[in-house]
Design a protein around this ligand. Structure first.
Ligand SMILES: [Zn+2]
Length: 268
């Protein structure tokens, strides 16, 4: 999402949304496509940012257009119209005043686009935990999250209300990097391990952003290119292969319904 945000920003900031085409009512529900279009048309995009896994387009009126890509959502920016083959999973088009357009494609249709008023915004973002890449996200914050909770640390890392923006891949890679078993009860994690985990989360996310995300199946960036982080996975999706640190076998289990990959000898 951070990669998408960085690429969309120069194309969108300062632009007016001239036209809105909703090709899939599910994307904007519970609002009707007509109501969504009416509220968005004519709005000026002042800036774009990201909170957790949400992309936020801040509008001059104080409203925010929020986009959540979920599993297979994809945003592209084009100055020329799409070719018919590129329209297959097209769900939404935002036509801009410079002739360009932003396209939302979503094969599995889990993605969402919705508008928040300034009043709604405050309450909405309050539900999300801190940003792991923020300077204030440190050992102390991590210890507060881990303390008094007995859940497996992996589930906790994925809980967006506790920490915002860590996806399944990044949780696996960060736990491997810090040598912590994904099923460890969070309250049993020491201060020293918490400090290591914070460093691993930050370095994993920074590396992923540098490599423009992970393209396992459908993810592409705004220019239609694949991310490259999957080429550097150290445990994720490597079950049955030997651990890059100790040579033992990488294992796969389920934690909270999510496929979880780890090294049983490196991660205690
Ligand atoms: Zn190992």
């Amino acid at each position: 999402v951070e990669t998408v945000k960085r690429q969309l920003e120069p194309a969108l900031a300062g632009r007016t949304i001239r036209g809105v085409k909703v090709l899939d009512p599910l994307l904007v529900a519970p609002l009707s496509p007509a109501a969504f279009r009416k509220r968005l048309r004519g709005q000026v995009v002042t800036s774009i940012d990201r909170r957790g896994k949400y992309l936020r387009l801040h509008l001059k009126t104080g409203m925010t257009l929020v986009i959540h890509l979920r599993m297979t959502g994809k945003l592209t920016y084009e100055e020329a119209p799409l070719k018919p083959a590129e329209r297959r999973h097209l769900r939404l088009v935002l036509m801009l005043d410079n002739g360009g357009a932003v396209y939302f494609h979503d094969q599995r249709r889990f993605g969402k686009a919705f508008l928040l008023t300034p009043e709604e915004s405050a309450a909405y973002w309050h539900k999300l935990g801190p940003e792991p890449l923020a300077r204030q996200f440190n050992r102390k914050v991590m210890m507060n999250i881990l303390r008094n909770r007995r859940r497996p640390v992996k589930s906790l890392l994925l809980d967006q209300s506790l920490i915002a923006g860590i996806g399944n891949i990044y949780a696996d890679e960060a736990l491997f990097d810090s040598g912590i078993h994904p099923l460890r009860p969070s309250e049993a994690i020491s201060e020293e391990e918490a400090a290591r985990l914070v460093r691993s989360i930050k370095s994993t996310l920074r590396r992923a952003i540098r490599l423009q995300g992970s393209s396992i199946d459908t993810y592409r960036n705004v220019r239609g290119e694949r991310g490259r982080f999957q080429e550097t996975f150290r445990v994720h999706r490597r079950q049955g292969h030997s651990c890059l640190a100790c040579g033992g076998g990488v294992a796969k289990i389920k934690v909270g319904g999510r496929g979880t990959y780890f090294c049983p000898s490196c991660q205690k």
